[in-house]
Design a protein around this ligand. Structure first.
Ligand code: ADP
Length: 307
């Protein structure tokens, strides 16, 4: 039994001669918070629309909860909640009445799910306020309340944090983390701003120009970005002994015959150089390396960060 919730295999979507998606293959596991990151126009919405059944792929295969045929996909989509385009809430109705309207329209049984959804997004206190008087942050939360109302196993969220202030972003992230933690809801969420999804996503899919550049877990990125000294020496075996015995450090990694990563002494590389030279090891270079998540993304997409 696979724990894959969404799998796409070489999905391609063309608009006339333009590839909105080009051979995109992603894998989302149960309980993942999958951050789909890319500039505007990268193909994020197109991919999320295909997953949620709002758009049809030209080539490739889509699997959701193990189902691949069109009719099975449609039936498992009842286990999903989406924010793709902003829902049309009625401005003169309260949040509560708007949700009640959609509950009936979607055929979700049990009135209490409205209250639960409002509660989950922190709107129960102001649920009687008219939608038109809501701030952007409240409107985004109400959109999320609508998406989670049927207790979905999978949430598909297209740029739901867009336009929120920093506090709003933190609060929105916390709501999603809670849903993920308490209900094990799998979430795919897109953004063109990496920082919005850092501290939230457990896996990232980086997309550019319709192509998936990389799929990587947050742990793997952390490891790649971790600050270190990259030391080039003539003898890594001897150097390892010095690093351990003389510098008392076991947090290092030998890359090959002449390169070592040392995850200590980042601000005092001269201590490392001195110890190595004293032990007749030739040091040709020693560099401070490591990146933050933003740098990582910029490097990956080739230096054009602006979305
Ligand atoms: P993102 O969500 O990452 O900003 P989109 O998926 O909306 O990107 O768009 C990907 C590409 O597909 C863009 O070049 C966009 O112009 C094009 N595109 C999206 N929808 C349509 C459409 N309905 N007709 C023609 N081109 C489209």
């Amino acid at each position: 039994m696979t724990d894959i919730v969404i799998r796409t295999q070489n999905i391609t979507k063309k608009y006339k001669n333009n590839f909105a998606l080009n051979n995109v293959s992603i894998n989302i596991r149960k309980g993942d918070i999958y951050g789909l990151i890319g500039k505007n126009g990268a193909g994020k919405t197109t991919l999320l629309r295909i997953i949620s059944g709002l758009s049809i792929l030209n080539e490739g295969k889509l699997e959701i909860f193990g189902q691949t045929s069109e009719s099975d996909l449609n039936s498992v989509r009842s286990r999903t909640g989406c924010i793709i385009e902003s829902p049309n809430f009625y401005p003169y109705l309260s949040a509560r009445k708007n949700l009640e309207y959609y509950r009936i329209q979607k055929g979700i049984p049990g009135k209490e799910c409205v209250e639960k959804a409002l509660n989950n997004v922190g709107l129960s206190e102001i649920g009687n306020k008219k939608f038109k008087n809501y701030s952007l942050g409240m409107k985004q939360r109400l959109g999320l309340a609508l998406a989670i109302m049927g207790n979905p196993d999978l949430l598909i969220l297209d740029e739901p944090i867009n336009g929120l202030d920093p506090i709003g972003i933190v609060e929105f992230r916390e709501i999603l983390k809670k849903l993920n933690r308490e209900r094990n809801t799998t979430i795919i969420i897109s953004s063109h701003i990496l920082g919005e999804l850092s501290q939230l996503a457990t896996t990232y899919g980086f997309i550019d120009n319709g192509r998936l550049l990389q799929e990587i877990t947050s742990k793997e990125i952390e490891e790649k970005c971790r600050h270190h000294l990259l030391v080039k020496v003539n003898d890594t075996a001897k150097a390892s002994v010095v690093i351990e015995k003389e510098l008392g450090c076991d947090d290092y990694h030998v890359l090959n015959d002449n390169q070592i990563k040392i995850y200590a002494f980042i601000d005092t590389p001269e201590i490392v150089t001195q110890a190595l030279i004293k032990n007749n090891i030739m040091v040709s270079t020693i560099n401070q390396c490591g990146a933050n998540l933003e740098d990582y993304f910029v490097d990956l997409i080739g230096g054009n960060q602006n979305a």
